[in-house]
Ligand binder design. Structure first.
Ligand code: NAP
Length: 283
């Protein structure tokens, strides 16, 4: 039930009708009994400047930012948090009494998901498959959490060398062809293995990155940031190998909860958010 005091928040992007954030955030808001509302707002590229000014004028407390505005939004903000600056993308904006601050909450979402399962990446050897948009937040999160080593496995090393070089100012990162013997050797000593490619995502659920599973140790924590299906072929294979596994649901819920925390200082209960997410994905 909205009132005259309801505080507005939402998500901008284009297209936006597929966004899971309204269902997820409103479920958390409702469970917490708070007077906030969260809506999806389509914003075309050419309208981004006006949309940001409009949300500020309307007193929106905060809003998420999704494709295609995660980079372009930066020039319309007053301040960019360090994580977002380093990653090069903003996914949440806080309106602090007219002062707009850009954040990247994927970092917290990704890391908290693992920690909730009792796994800490600190001091571990990590292997990351894929190096696209989501991978930058993952890489930065792992560096902040002080992983011991980080290897990126991809199909095209030349394409991702600049990403490895960029982050190597913080931690030496090796980018390897995921079908090479050097990469297989890294798999043997990995305590954390992450898939950030879309391989295995619905509807192409019979795909997965070409991992030599004979090299993966049963005590490796295996994390797939895909959330549909709930168990990808990659995760199923890891589970059958005896590994602990985690899908991308916790990351998605976690980034939303972190945005809400930044905007309001309040915690949202994550279980109703996850349930709403599952219902939206199944519905
Ligand atoms: P992206 O920017 O397109 O990057 C995808 C990466 O996977 C690239 O390194 C790409 O390599 C590689 N890749 C794509 N198709 C491939 C194929 N057929 N064979 C081999 N490598 C392939 O995508 P993204 O935004 O990082 O998203 C990746 C996945 O993460 C998606 O499934 C998305 O739904 C999921 N995601 C989840 C969350 C969450 O909160 N759980 C958040 C963000 C993203 P090339 O450059 O060689 O194509």
């Amino acid at each position: 039930m909205f009132t005259g005091k309801t505080i507005n928040m939402g998500v901008i992007g284009n297209p936006i009708s597929h966004s899971l954030s309204p269902a997820m955030q409103n479920a958390g808001i409702q469970a917490a009994g708070l007077d906030y509302a969260y809506i999806a707002m389509p914003v075309r590229n050419e309208n981004l400047r006006e949309a940001v000014a409009g949300l500020k004028a309307l007193g929106f407390r905060g809003f998420n930012v999704t494709i295609p505005h995660k980079q372009a939004i930066m020039e319309y903000l007053d301040e960019i948090h360090e994580d977002a600056k380093i990653i090069g993308a903003v996914n949440a904006v806080k309106n602090d009494n007219g002062h707009l601050i850009g954040y990247n909450t994927d970092v917290t979402g990704f890391i908290d998901g693992m920690k909730q399962q009792g796994f800490s990446p600190a001091g571990r050897n990590a292997v990351l498959l894929g190096a696209g948009g989501a991978a930058r937040a993952i890489i930065w999160g792992l560096i902040k959490e002080q992983v011991k080593s980080l290897t990126i496995g991809v199909r095209n090393v030349a394409k991702v060398q600049s990403v490895a070089d960029y982050f190597s100012r913080y931690l030496h990162i090796e980018a390897l062809d995921w079908s090479s013997p050097e990469f297989a050797a890294k798999l043997s000593v990995a305590q954390l293995l992450i898939n950030s490619t879309p391989l295995g995502m619905a509807p192409k659920t019979d795909a997965m990155p070409p991992v030599d599973w004979s090299r993966v140790q049963p005590d490796t924590f295996v994390y797939d940031i895909i959330y549909t299906p709930a168990e990808t072929l990659f995760l199923r294979t890891a589970r059958e190998q005896g590994c602990r596994t985690l899908n991308g649901e916790a990351m998605l819920v976690g980034q939303g909860a972190e945005a809400f925390r930044l905007w309001t200082g309040k915690e949202l209960p994550q279980e109703p958010m996850a349930a709403a997410l599952r219902a939206a994905l199944e519905g």
